[in-house]
Design a protein. Sequence first.
Length: 508
Amino acid sequence: MLVALGACAMTGNVFSQIKPEKFEELKSRVYPPGYQPVTHFVKPVSKVVEVDHVIPGCPASSEAAAKLFEELSKRPITSPRLRVQEPDFVSRIEGHGKLEADLEKGHAVFAPEEGERFVEALAVGRPYWSAPKLHSRICGICPAAHTLCAIEASERALGIRPSTQTVLLRRLFQCGQMVSSHLMHLYLMVLPSIAGFDSSVDFSLVYPEEFKIFLEIKRIAEEITDAIGGAPLHAVSLEPGGFTRVPDAKRLSQLGRRIEKVLDDSLDLVRILGTFRWAEAETVAHMLCIQPEKDEYTFYGMSFIHNGPEPVSGTDYQDLIEEHTRKGQSGKVAYLKGKRPVKTGALSRLFRFNRYLNPLASVIFKELDINFQNPFYNNLSQAVELIHYLEEAGKLLAELGKGDVSGAKIDEKNVREEALSGKGPWPRRGVGLIEAPRGILIHDVEIDKSGLVTNYNIITPTALNISALGPEAELFLRKNRDLPKEKKRTALEDLVRASDPCITCAVH
């Protein structure tokens, strides 16, 4: 039985709108000459195979899922298939990716296993204010980061300055994204693997009290996304300059009280992960982060900090980072110049900025004793950040409660007219940088006098982190030559999972 789960499976998302006659033009805007595409279409799943049932919604409707499961429980389910072929990719990661490894010789390469999206090219020729909503569709796991980064790029290009209330609400929006992403990765993907669970359901059976805490934090993160973004997943109220609709102050106040109530208990949830032993591994990658503009845990900024002596301006990212394509792979791989592998995300952020953690996060950080040279400890770093961003959301809600959030509301027509009224030179370029859950996200846009996008480039955290995955896997294999083959396989899958790759972002 096959169920199409959610709007993307049912419709093919915006990428299904690509017309065949536009394919070559879009490809040439995103990939270098001579690139051979992995796929030539994105379609609704029902156009490829027969679908038995659909669960609509974005995100998929839990009510519709419950109704379907209730209906199916009333009758036996049979399948004409005598054999089910197991998928040949790493399970429990965001999307489909495969680690090709020679366990004896110690060679390894990680590769995305999804088709191209061409989302950068799809933005060209459209109004700049449509880009944040388009780019949020790259990923259902971190849409807030793409929305915010696209907005920042446009604002920097056109000199748009958001209000203080807007900045606070955006930071709160991103806190919700961080908490939600880390929570789902750690407890629905990592924990079942390291604990030997058959499924995520076992989490609720083995740790019933902690599971209740997990659910409450999940609901809080989702409520933040809905309250700030105006929708449960892909934001509709955020615009360059501010908000078309501001959140209800009473709703924000209630969220603040719920965070206060769950904060202390959240430490018990995180401590579960500290009870497991992590494999010995090593990374030689450069730790890459955004350098914040003031003394705080990194979030926003306009320069990079890495293993080099000086920060590098975000506008000049192409002097620091180079993108490569590999034959037969749809996802680009981003290195530091000279093909130096990169580590970005929680492990890198915590390595450089742990002194700025919020109080409870600082407590759990000291307890967990993180080894920053071991890539498996990205999991524990995310656990620390889970507490930090939950605390940060509480602080932001308290700050927002002191004032009037209506100052974030804008008349988008006036903002656009003022932004495009300036004298040249045109087109104008803007680069947005943000720390997404998996690391540094870069959006680079050029906008002409009429407000249309003339060029767009995106570098995602996973494109950067993939550069280190192969070398880390090879180093692990060389240091564990005598490990039984099956244990090597399991450890390598856990290594990939620890980096928390988002394949849909990688093939954007």
